[in-house]
Design a protein around this ligand. Structure first.
Ligand SMILES: Nc1ncnc2c1ncn2[C@@H]1O[C@H](COP(=O)(O)OP(=O)(O)OP(=O)(O)O)[C@@H](O)[C@H]1O
Length: 359
């Protein structure tokens, strides 16, 4: 029997994670992390009060203690500032990945350990495997469609060791069945989308509140002016809609292929493999971390360049500066600085890093 703090978000997955831990006879407490309250009237809609009520109702149904842990200041420092800073500097940050490392398995885990818990359990679709040497691996979730191990790519060993993912062996429909079996009040609740505090509102509307518009020219790959943009931070590589440049002819669309930060120009090109900037094979990945065994010499492994992408074969070569040269065997569309590159081998998450440059 272990002492486990379950991160109860008010969603069905974490409700089931808690139920399973209780069923297995562990000593379980549920806790909601309060990360963000919309005091600035920022466009965005995080129904956190409903979520706390739902999390509380689940704890009550399971007969376990429920706490609300206030991490608003830490969330501002570690996630909101990182997000805004990233967009201001022209990259596309990934707050969901940082939230796992810095919040759920960062300050929330620290809180749990300080309170005498041995583990933090979450509803992530990922698996954890303990090894004979006492270390822990993170593996892809059994439900290939829901697998969330990508979001854990920056987790380190001490975090993995104290993590539990009770839903990781299950398929989503089974999770809903378990929720029904326990008569959990969240059994029918819709899955949440995107980053909590932005809720259902577009990232561009959220950003507008903090980062002033900075209009400039939209140009093609030859430098010809095609239109005006509202601010480079509002556009992402590979983006097809919303830049306002009409297709030049039927069947061909313009997509964002680059940003010239110095000239404040947005570069668009045809949505084709031959368009310079849109597809790339070579990249440099920084902020590298390994879950268990680091890759110390040039090796062929798998890399996943975004959440909804497959693992792709790559050559990784450690560099003297601690970064990695990562070469995709097949050219990839819209590899984006700031986004996370997760590394795998045979379904085991090796670690990850942040794309710094791409060519
Ligand atoms: N505000 C929160 N407080 C406590 N734990 C949280 C919170 N937000 C997320 N978590 C934990 O992290 C896990 C993954 O978070 P994510 O936002 O991706 O949720 P999800 O996949 O929609 O799961 P759920 O159905 O449990 O909300 C959740 O299952 C939960 O255990």
């Amino acid at each position: 029997m272990a002492k486990i703090l379950v991160g109860l978000s008010g969603g069905v997955d974490s409700s089931v994670a808690a139920a399973l831990m209780v069923e297995q006879g562990h000593e379980v407490v549920g806790a909601y992390m309060k990360n963000w309250i919309n005091t600035d009237n920022v466009p965005g809609d995080c129904p956190w009060e409903n979520d706390v009520d739902d999390a509380h109702a689940v704890a009550k149904k399971l007969g376990i203690e429920f706490r609300v842990v206030d991490l608003i200041d830490q969330y501002q420092d570690r996630i909101v500032d990182y997000l805004l800073e990233g967009y201001r500097s022209g990259i596309t940050p990934n707050p969901d990945v940082y939230c796992n490392r810095e919040m759920k398995f960062g300050v929330f885990l620290d809180y749990a350990l300080s309170q005498g818990f041995e583990y933090v359990a979450t509803g992530h679709y990922a698996r954890k495997r303990d090894r004979a040497d006492g270390s822990a691996d993170i593996l892809r979730g059994a439900d290939t469609n829901k697998d969330q191990s990508y979001f854990l790519a920056l987790m380190e060993q001490h975090q993995a060791k104290h993590a539990l993912f009770p839903c990781g062996e299950m398929q989503k429909p089974e999770v809903r069945e378990v929720a029904k079996r326990f008569e959990l009040p969240t059994a029918q609740k819709k899955d949440s989308q995107g980053i909590c505090f932005i809720g259902n509102v577009k990232m561009s509307d959220f950003l507008r509140h903090y980062v002033p518009d900075r209009p400039g020219n939209i140009v093609d790959t030859e430098g010809k002016r095609l239109g005006r943009h509202k601010g480079l931070h509002l556009y992402t590589l590979g983006q097809r809609k919303g830049h306002g440049v009409a297709s030049p002819r039927d069947g061909v669309a313009y997509v964002v292929v680059g940003k010239d930060l110095k000239k404040n120009e947005l570069i668009v090109g045809y949505n084709e493999e031959s368009t310079p900037g849109l597809y790339a094979s070579k990249s440099v990945v920084g902020t590298v971390s390994w879950v268990n065994k680091p890759v110390t010499a040039r090796r062929k492994i798998e890399a996943q360049p975004r959440y909804r992408a497959k693992g792709e074969p790559v050559w990784v070569s450690p560099r003297e500066d601690g970064k990695l040269d990562v070469e995709f065997i097949r050219p990839q569309r819209a590899l984006t600085p700031g986004q996370i590159c997760a590394f795998y081998e045979n379904g085991v998450l090796l670690g990850g890093g942040v794309f710094e440059s791409v060519e």
